[in-house]
Design a protein around this ligand. Structure first.
Ligand SMILES: NC(=O)c1ccc[n+]([C@@H]2O[C@H](COP(=O)([O-])OP(=O)(O)OC[C@H]3O[C@@H](n4cnc5c(N)ncnc54)[C@H](OP(=O)(O)O)[C@@H]3O)[C@@H](O)[C@H]2O)c1
Length: 341
């Protein structure tokens, strides 16, 4: 594994990237903070790499506040690193273990304290950067596509935003578990890359209508982060007993006038409409989800059926550039921050 070193500042202190006020990427600034101390069920992780996720951008803009008890101004939902210290009640992990972990915030820093139940071993063959790309998207996709959506072998699956961190994870996991996979993305290049990583077909939503293109195929499960006019299109496209799962509504959570959602179709086709937000779920839920993922998803990663797609990496001190890139939507896959200050 690659090694990264911190700056060797006072042992009670650490570097952190802080949201200094709601606003543009430049509001992300480097500050010194006190190192967190692990509570009895937590471990302190020395962070080697942290994933950047779209919710971090929403938090930076002030529209996605962290849940109570979480760092108010240090973003970051996923990390990989080495355990530095264990809380007194932690029995399953020890100092020196290499792990990746799901956080509710605080990942853009040199250290983070996290519930031991939200840590997973770094999969064999993965480095810290690749491992840091996993937790937020794998947890979100596993819960929403497989647990809520109940995707099964040979079913048809559609993910919107196929080139996003969520998209590349959903495509690969759905394929690995035997589904026929469709995606949408905003450029022909992204569509081609979605096919390379496992999509059977990807539709460029800028010049094709996904509902029209897929109506002869039909879809059993849709993972939607777009909302807006996609809502009624999704409902029309779903097969009988289909499942529509929302993880965001970037084009709005309400229908536009004249594009009403036909609930008659929900009855007629016996559809299930669901959705969830991961960050605000409690530690018990996340611990059970971690165990389920360790059992079902980690073997898929280690068998090589899922390859991390890291688009690029930035030193932690250039987090504002990472946010600029994410907001441009020019990336395909994940953007990672490394522990260089
Ligand atoms: N509910 C939860 O628990 C949860 C957890 C994590 C993430 N999320 C959500 O999941 C989404 C993806 O997150 P991420 O971190 O993976 O983001 P990301 O990598 O920044 O990707 C967002 C993507 O959306 C695509 N997009 C925008 N408009 C689109 C449209 N009309 N049709 C299809 N694609 C479109 C953009 O690519 P194009 O160039 O293709 O437009 C962009 O790549 C975000 O909305 C985030 O808030 C939810």
């Amino acid at each position: 594994m690659a090694q990264y070193r911190g700056t060797g500042i006072d042992s009670n202190q650490m570097n952190a990237v802080v949201i200094t006020r709601p606003g543009a990427p430049e509001v992300l600034q480097l500050q010194k903070r006190l190192r967190p101390q692990p509570k009895e069920n937590e471990v302190l992780i020395r962070i080697y790499a942290a994933g950047v996720n779209r919710p971090d951008v929403f938090q930076r803009k002030g529209s996605y506040p962290p849940p109570p008890g979480v760092s108010r101004d240090i973003p970051g939902l996923e990390i990989a690193g080495i355990i530095e210290k264990c809380g007194v009640a932690v029995t399953n992990l020890k100092k020196g273990d290499a792990v990746c972990a799901l956080l509710s915030g605080g990942g853009y820093a040199e250290f983070a304290a996290v519930n031991a139940g939200q840590c997973l071993p770094i999969p064999h063959g993965f480095d810290f950067i690749q491992a840091a790309s996993l937790p937020e998207t794998v947890f979100t996709v596993w819960h929403n596509v497989f647990q809520r959506g109940g995707l099964k072998e040979n079913e048809h699956f559609l993910v919107h935003g196929g080139g996003s961190g969520i998209g590349i994870t959903a495509i690969q996991l759905a394929k690995a578990f035997g589904a026929k996979v469709f995606a949408t993305a905003g450029t022909d290049e992204k569509c081609a890359e979605c096919v390379v990583i496992g999509a059977d077909r990807c539709i460029n939503y800028k010049n094709q209508d996904f509902e029209y293109e897929l109506k002869n195929e039909g879809v059993d499960v849709i993972l939607d982060m777009i909302g807006g006019d996609y809502i009624s299109k999704n409902v029309r496209l779903l097969r009988e007993d289909g499942r529509l799962v929302f993880i965001n509504t970037m084009k709005g959570s309400k229908q536009k006038p004249g594009d009403e959602l036909d609930f008659g179709l929900v009855m007629k086709k016996r559809l299930t409409i669901s959705g969830s937000m991961l960050r605000s779920r409690d530690a018990h839920f996340k611990q059970i989800l971690t165990q389920d993922i360790c059992r079902h998803v980690w073997p898929v990663l280690e068998e090589g059926k899922f390859k991390p797609v890291v688009f690029t990496q930035f030193p932690m001190c250039e987090a504002s550039l990472a946010h600029q890139l994410m907001e441009s939507s020019e990336h395909f896959g994940k953007i990672i921050l490394t522990n260089t200050w």
